[in-house]
Write a protein that binds this ligand. Structure first.
Ligand SMILES: CC(C)(COP(=O)(O)OP(=O)(O)OC[C@H]1O[C@@H](n2cnc3c(N)ncnc32)[C@H](O)[C@@H]1OP(=O)(O)O)[C@@H](O)C(=O)NCCC(=O)NCCS
Length: 171
């Protein structure tokens, strides 16, 4: 899926693909820009080793080396679980996070998985709005879930039979 830009738009065209170990340095560079407790190289490499884990990056079509955003998720039993999703600062507000979640949904549907789940900080309004805009709902509040004591919302997107057909249309 290439995202076409207008001629006046400096944003390059971008496409999703699975990450390789060659991407880890760039992933860590972006991670440090966007998260207060960033994952390190070992963390990304460990995810790439797990058979049920997927690390998907959105890169520029020209060089395939600029990572504009990424999502890490598990396809396990009856759930797809998003562990990490981020978009680098110059690429925010372009619909990239939504496109990455659509990728997760598409991977889940291929495995006959009907539920996407994630945890988000109660204070992370941009992310909560993103998930709500894609029909995720709060399923649970996890008190003191994060190491600094902040609560998490567990949010769930159900891709049940009726929802799935509309999700597939929407995605
Ligand atoms: C949250 C994040 C992934 C959004 O990435 P993005 O590519 O800019 O998001 P999109 O352009 O796809 O936005 C989709 C929707 O998300 C919501 N959204 C995104 N950024 C928002 C903001 N700053 N304020 C409010 N809502 C926002 C909106 O509903 C938006 O839809 P709209 O553009 O039609 O209004 C990005 O801000 C980020 O990387 N944050 C740091 C990492 C993080 O918090 N990850 C989530 C951990 S659970």
């Amino acid at each position: 899926m290439a995202m076409t830009n207008l001629p006046s738009n400096p944003v390059p065209t971008l496409s999703p693909r699975l990450a390789s170990t060659d991407d880890v340095a760039e992933l860590v560079r972006v991670e440090k820009q966007v998260h207060a407790s960033p994952w390190d190289e070992a963390h990304f490499l460990a995810e790439m080793e797990k058979p049920y884990s997927r690390v998907l990056v959105m890169t520029d079509d020209e060089t395939d080396s600029v990572i504009a955003g990424y999502v890490v998720f598990w396809l396990m039993f009856d759930e797809a679980q998003i562990l990490n999703i981020a978009v680098d600062l110059p690429f925010r507000g372009l619909g990239l996070a939504r496109a990455l979640i659509r990728q997760v949904v598409s991977h889940a549907i291929k495995k006959d998985i009907r539920k996407v789940i994630l945890d988000v900080r109660k204070s992370n309004q941009p992310a909560i709005q993103l998930y709500q805009s894609m029909k995720f709902a709060v399923a649970q509040v996890r008190k003191g879930f994060y190491s600094d004591g902040e609560d998490a919302y567990t949010m769930v997107l159900n891709l049940d039979d009726s929802a799935m057909s509309s999700e597939e249309k929407a995605f």
